[in-house]
Design a protein around this ligand. Structure first.
Ligand SMILES: [Cu+2]
Length: 166
């Protein structure tokens, strides 16, 4: 009898664990986090064309900074549609487009600026490094001096403001 109740208790505990896990999965914003809670790293989803080398170098940069990057290789057309949908106009656009905690991160944004964004949580759509400045993370070119560039904060309605200067 004692043995039976122990087994029953264990089964209930298991049931509750499973129920808890699926409840967390229903919250779409925490899908990726719930599935990989062991590491508790911030997930950043990166959309890029399969052949983009500097995009891969930027992914390495954010991974080295402790983010968990999930990379999605998509066609240029899909990437363009995604940018448009997320409010990344031609003046803001770069090679890859990423999403972290609901914010858009466009182009070669330094990981430290992403960390600041997530800490300060401003009411913006995201931040972007337009184009591909030499010397930005993932755009290091041996023998070439780094460009000066801005990280631009933007809203869905299209207003922009300098978030950081490098
Ligand atoms: Cu690039």
């Amino acid at each position: 009898m004692k043995r039976t109740s122990t087994v029953l208790l264990a089964s209930f505990a298991l049931l509750f664990t499973v129920a808890g896990a699926s409840a967390a999965r229903d919250d779409s914003s925490s899908v990726a986090v719930a599935a990989r809670d062991v590491s508790a790293k911030t997930v950043i989803q990166v959309y890029k064309s399969p052949t983009c080398g500097c995009c891969k170098a930027w992914v390495d940069h954010v991974r080295a900074a402790g983010f968990q990057a999930e990379v999605f290789d998509i066609s240029d057309e899909e990437l363009q549609q995604r940018k448009t949908r997320l409010g990344v106009g031609p003046r803001l656009a770069s090679c890859h487009t990423a999403i972290v905690n609901g914010y858009v991160v466009e182009g070669h944004v330094p990981a430290a600026d992403i960390e600041r964004l997530l800490k300060e949580k401003p009411a913006i759509a995201g931040i972007a490094v337009p184009g591909m400045p030499v010397g930005s993370p993932g755009m290091e070119v041996p023998g070439r001096r780094a460009d000066k560039y801005d990280v631009v904060a933007f809203t869905k309605s299209g207003t922009t403001k300098v978030f950081a200067s490098h």
